[in-house]
Ligand binder design. Structure first.
Ligand code: SAH
Length: 555
């Protein structure tokens, strides 16, 4: 996790984006191609015997193992499956539950209710390479096939057949997803083994990249971060209001939720009438999302898929709407928008809609001696101790703070320095140098720094325009949906980016109301695939010897 405030959006050490997935092609350990799974699957089928649910005995196939369980342990897996109405994942959980109970010494596990094993932990194979799990698909198909035949014969009902076919289709989808889960844990184990065998995992750039990536997604697996996002009502209300106020844009549409987290945006869309919502997330939070979706009765509409959006296979070639909450500190920290752009270019229909649709970055000058005192001078005496060594490189890091008393400390109307039309902007345009210009609205003793924030707009059409000077609060009065993360509006978990000017060598000069400051803001990723951001600002005050250039890291 980053050293940023707990309530903020999380980010681990040097996490990287992987939007071009370039590293995978040359990685000999990369099993992300389909063939990787096929190999594993075929091997299992050819050579992996099935271990009994109740003993160490092995059987050549699932059916003979299950017969043995019936005869010798009075346990009929298919009967339990049928009685409890278990779907594919339910059956997986049952198998792993039984195996864990037997392992713990209980050879007569209680299977009276599915709630006994209704826990995501039972999705993880208890036995390494458990060939029984790979065979469930066939067993399940047989059961479904039987039911279909009987039903058709007795009732002659084509509706029932169609229902069963749909169920089979869903089970197939579940099975595909389960294969992906198993493949991933196999991938992880293989790359760990190979890394420790080569003895230089830490040194290798690709090792570091994978570590940072997995750290990034791990940071999204905890409750706290989702709690802080969901409780950020400025943020969550905006998505809800746009979706509920514009139901016609979602009715009968296929929606892609990039980075679904707990599934909140997917459920808004489902409630607004979407025909299908594909909810993708590469964090373990997806297991929670899947349960949340089922618990709220959206199991038929929302399809949860684990994986990076750049790597998963979607069940459709094209979507009508992409909804995503991808914004990081100073908008582009985390580089998640790169992934959303990737998804947009790959899946969004030519007339499809991005939600949200526009963003604007703003900068304003700061004159706040109290903040400088509390952040810099503070270290000169902490409980009476000198901690000046803590001042080393202190000006190199950007702060993420809510500016208190902005009406006194933000000393000019903000200047918008980049407008992002989210339907068309490219990843290349997210690295930039842009001009800004502000006019001081007060006399100040010195310029202490710069404050950066962003505004978000949710327009109902891809051709809607948002002017550079659009004010979210004014747009809301017109019935549109927009919000600002700026210091004059309700606080959000993004707070503001604060860039303090290094005054170690050169003190700031007093400046007068009406003086114009012109400058540039530069946004650059720390390195090619980094999720971290370096921000540079240069400025000049007209007619005065005050100006400079400085770089800060946001990490
Ligand atoms: N949509 C949720 C969560 C937003 S946080 C909400 O609004 O509350 C962003 C989520 O995107 C995280 O859960 C993170 O794991 C996921 N994410 C980021 N990049 C991703 C990628 N490339 N592929 C899949 N998921 C991604």
């Amino acid at each position: 996790m980053s050293a940023l405030p707990e309530s903020s959006r999380a980010l681990p050490e040097d996490a990287h984006s992987d939007s071009d997935s370039g590293s995978s092609t040359s990685d000999p350990l990369d099993l992300s191609k389909d063939e990787g799974w096929e190999d594993v699957e075929q091997d299992e089928e050819e050579s992996q015997p099935i271990v009994s649910l109740f003993s160490d005995k092995v059987f050549p196939d699932a059916r003979s193992m299950l017969n043995d369980c019936k005869e010798n342990f009075n346990f009929d897996l298919l009967k339990v499956q049928k009685e409890l109405g278990l779907d594919f994942l339910g059956t997986i959980r049952l198998v792993n539950y039984i195996r864990s109970e037997v392992k713990a010494g209980n050879t007569t596990p209680d299977v009276s209710s599915a709630s006994l094993f209704d826990d995501a932990k039972y999705l993880r194979p208890l036995l390494e390479d458990d060939a029984l799990l790979y065979s469930l698909d066939d067993l399940t198909e047989e059961v479904v096939g039987d039911g279909k035949g009987k039903q058709a014969e007795t009732a002659g009902s084509t509706t029932r057949i169609r229902e069963l076919e749909e169920e089979l289709e869903r089970m197939r989808g579940d099975f595909e997803e389960y294969k992906t889960i198993v493949k991933r844990s196999l991938d992880k184990e293989l790359s760990n083994t190979a890394a420790s065998a080569s003895g230089k995992s830490e040194a290798s750039a690709s090792g570091k990249f994978h570590e940072a990536e997995s750290g990034y997604f791990t940071s999204y697996s905890y409750n706290a971060i989702h709690e802080s996002m969901l409780k950020d009502s400025v943020r969550t209300d905006a998505y809800r209001d746009f979706i509920y106020d514009n139901k016609s844009l979602f009715k009968d549409k296929v929606v892609l939720d990039v980075g679904c987290g707990t599934g909140i945006l997917s459920m808004f869309c489902a409630k607004a009438g979407a025909k299908m919502v594909i909810a993708v997330d590469n964090s373990d939070i997806i297991d929670r999302a899947r349960e949340i979706v089922y618990d709220n009765g959206f199991g038929d509409v929302i399809k949860c898929i684990r994986g990076k959006i750049e790597e998963v296979q979607l069940p459709v070639p094209q979507v009508d709407v992409i909804v995503s909450e991808w914004m990081g500190y100073c908008l582009l920290f985390e580089a998640m928008f790169d992934s959303v752009i990737w998804a947009r270019d790959r899946y969004l229909a030519p007339d499809g809609l991005m939600v949200p649709s526009h963003a604007t970055l703003q900068i304003a000058p700061l004159a706040d001696p109290d903040l400088v005192d509390s952040h810099i001078s503070f270290w000169n005496s902490v409980y009476g101790f000198k901690m000046s060594s803590m001042l080393l490189n202190i000006y190199d890091e950007a702060l993420v703070r809510c500016i208190p008393k902005p009406e006194e400390t933000i000393v000019a109307k903000a200047s918008p320095f980049l407008q992002l039309p989210l339907h068309t902007i490219t990843v290349e345009e997210l690295t930039f140098i842009k001009e800004f210009e502000v006019t001081l609205n007060a006399d100040i003793d010195a310029l202490d720094g710069w404050v950066v924030w962003f505004d978000m707009f949710f327009m109902p059409s891809r051709t809607s325009k948002v002017s550079e000077n659009a004010v979210p609060a004014d747009m809301r009065k017109e019935g549109l949906v927009a919000f600002s993360t700026g210091p004059f509006d309700t606080e959000t978990h993004w707070q503001q980016g604060v860039f303090l000017i290094n005054r170690e060598k050169k003190a700031g000069l007093p400046l007068k109301k009406g003086q114009v400051i012109k400058g540039h803001v530069e946004y650059r990723k720390k390195d090619e695939k980094s999720r971290l951001l370096d921000i540079g600002i240069d400025w000049d005050v007209e007619g005065v010897e005050e100006g400079g250039r400085q770089e800060w890291s946001l990490q």
